[in-house]
Each structure stands twice: as structure tokens, then as C-alpha cells.
Design a protein around this ligand. Structure first.
Ligand code: CUA
Length: 152
């Protein structure tokens, strides 16, 4: 009988955790959907058609892909412009050292590692302007490394 109570208690806790995590992911009209894998970039990212020309590309009715390059001490493109009521998958890589791609005031945040691609899908429900900053120490200009994300 007590075992049953423990089981119910444990399940209530688990559900509580899930609700907390889900609730925590919602804020400011930006929702991070999931993490995915992406093809690794070649040694020279200029040989990679995704990153040779950093940009936002429409891939579906309300779906976009953003190819973003971080480097000391900027992000490309800058600003990153996406429409409201869209779902954007970000592919982010670095040209030189480890940076981060952190959208201020949201939970959109990822480490950006040379030779790897960080992938995040984010829903943008409302127009707004956000700062993009770097959380990983990357050199003398680290504290000034910032970009802009504009949701129209
Ligand atoms: Cu880039 Cu710190």
C-alpha cells in the first residue's frame, strides 16, 4: 500500500518538473522548440554554401532558416531579421574561436564552436527587437561582441 503512495508521489513530482520546464521555456513571444543535429562544416566555412553567405532564407510558408556566423567580434548577418508568427531554425557556426549565440531576455542560447554547427528552432510570435550577445570569453573584444535580432 505504501509503495503505491510512493509511486503516485514520484509521478506527481515528475509531472511537476515537466510543467516547470515547459513553463520556463515560454517567454516574450519566443519559444525554443528543440535541438537538432546538423552536417558539420568543412575546414573552410567559405566552402559551405550555408555559411559562405550568412542569411535568413524562407523554406516554408511560415518557416525560415537562418545561417549565422560568429567571429571575433561580430555576428553575420547583423541585424538578423525575421517575420513575426514564424518558426526559424538557426544554424550557427564560428569562423575562429568559441563564442555563444545568446538572445538577451530569452532562453535562446547556444555555444558556437568552430567546426561544429549549433541548431535551434525558435518560434517568434510577436514583433520585437533583441540583442544578441556572446557569453563565452573570446578575446579582447568579447564584451563588445553583440548583434541584433529584429522580429518584424
Ligand atoms: Cu565572442 Cu565572447
Amino acid at each position: 500500500q505504501y509503495e503505491r503512495l510512493w509511486l503516485i508521489g514520484a509521478m506527481v513530482l515528475i509531472v511537476g518538473f515537466i510543467v516547470t520546464i515547459t513553463y520556463g521555456a515560454v517567454g516574450l513571444g519566443i519559444t525554443m522548440v528543440d535541438d537538432q543535429e546538423a552536417t558539420l562544416p568543412p575546414d573552410d566555412i567559405d566552402d559551405d554554401e550555408r555559411f559562405a553567405d550568412p542569411r535568413v532564407e524562407q523554406v516554408g510558408e511560415d518557416e525560415y532558416e537562418a545561417y549565422v556566423v560568429a567571429m571575433t567580434f561580430i555576428y553575420q548577418p547583423d541585424p538578423i531579421e525575421v517575420p513575426a508568427n514564424s518558426e526559424v531554425t538557426f544554424y550557427v557556426t564560428s569562423r575562429d574561436v568559441i563564442h555563444s549565440f545568446t538572445v538577451v531576455g530569452t532562453n535562446t542560447n547556444t555555444m558556437v564552436i568552430p567546426g561544429e554547427v549549433s541548431v535551434m528552432t525558435v518560434e517568434f510570435d510577436e514583433p520585437g527587437e533583441y540583442g544578441v550577445v556572446c557569453n563565452e570569453y573570446c578575446g579582447s573584444g568579447h564584451h563588445d561582441m553583440e548583434g541584433e535580432l529584429i522580429v518584424h
